[in-house]
Design a protein around this ligand. Structure first.
Ligand code: OAD
Length: 262
């Protein structure tokens, strides 16, 4: 029974004792739902498009129609995407530990769609829009009725609808950043899933967790700058690894008394 578990006995025991679990996710978490990652060679969004031309406030100021249209294409693929078994495994894990916080760099809302209860979006959500001048949210009915691309803002002359995502050079949403930092400081167990660990401040959250004594498990088919610091790096895809890991954790907690000294 003990042999062959992905996490191994020591990490399983630490997960079983954890009062607070942090799950940090990146684009690799959504890859198996059919949403492309950013930096993977050939298939990554930034290998085909220039972020400077499409994902900066300057790009939107230069050519709002082009930027809006590009996001419209991405929104279409997000709307048709469904959470995969890995998203659902995280929902199951949430029922097995006292607290589980998901902090995601993804803008597709798939964790919430799967049923995760506590999700913080560091980079916004592509399915929401806001006025580029007042920053107030613009509802989908208003957008659907507009003949313009991008739709005009309902709030202020000259305002335009823009996606409610964080562009390069912009400040991240304060509430999400603060909640993510707090979750990293208090967690006893941290998963980093499907991220290159290159973009700050997300990349430093697992290191904050480590500094505060948490165990760190990375799930990624490729090595990342975080790998050397991880208690364990599992080289595999998010869905298959998470399904196996959570069912093994369920079996393990059902079979073992967790000793405080494990
Ligand atoms: P990246 O595209 O940089 O990295 C995706 C990671 O997912 C890579 O490390 C892959 O090896 C891994 N991966 C690919 N398929 C996977 C799978 N099936 N299961 C698990 N892992 C897999 O994406 P992020 O690190 O999320 O920001 O990128 C961070 C930010 O950079 C994004 O949020 C975006 C981008 O510019 C903004 O748009 C603000």
């Amino acid at each position: 029974m003990k042999d062959g578990f992905l996490l191994g006995d020591t990490l399983l025991a630490r997960l079983a004792r954890a009062r607070s679990v942090l799950v940090l996710t990146g684009a690799g978490m959504s890859a198996e739902s059919g949403i492309p990652t950013f930096r993977d060679a050939q298939t990554g969004i930034w290998s085909r498009f220039s972020p400077q031309e499409l994902a900066t406030p300057e790009a939107f100021a230069r050519d709002p129609g082009r930027v809006w249209q590009w996001y419209e294409e991405r929104r279409k693929s997000v709307r048709s995407a469904q959470p995969h078994a890995g998203h659902r495994a995280l929902v199951q894990l949430e029922t097995m530990v006292p607290e589980l916080t998901v902090v995601t760099q993804n803008v597709d809302g798939l964790h919430q769609l799967a049923g995760s209860g506590k999700v913080w979006e560091l980079h916004g959500n592509i399915l929401r829009s806001r006025c580029h001048l007042t920053q107030r949210p613009i509802g989908s009915d208003w957008l659907a009725d507009s003949p313009h691309s991008p739709p005009r803002s309902p709030y202020v002359e000259g305002g335009l609808a823009r996606p409610d995502v964080v562009w390069f050079g912009e400040v991240l949403p304060t509430a999400a950043v603060e909640a993510a930092a707090a979750a990293a400081s208090r967690c006893d167990f941290c998963f980093s899933i499907g991220t290159t660990s290159l973009v700050q401040p997300a990349a430093s959250l697992p290191l904050v967790a480590l500094e505060h004594g948490a165990a760190l498990v990375e799930i990624n088919p490729a090595e990342t700058p975080l790998s050397p610091y991880a208690s364990l790096s599992i080289r595999g895809k998010a869905s298959e690894v998470l399904v196996t890991l959570v069912s093994e954790f369920a079996a393990w907690t059902g079979h073992y008394e967790v000793s405080p000294h494990t």
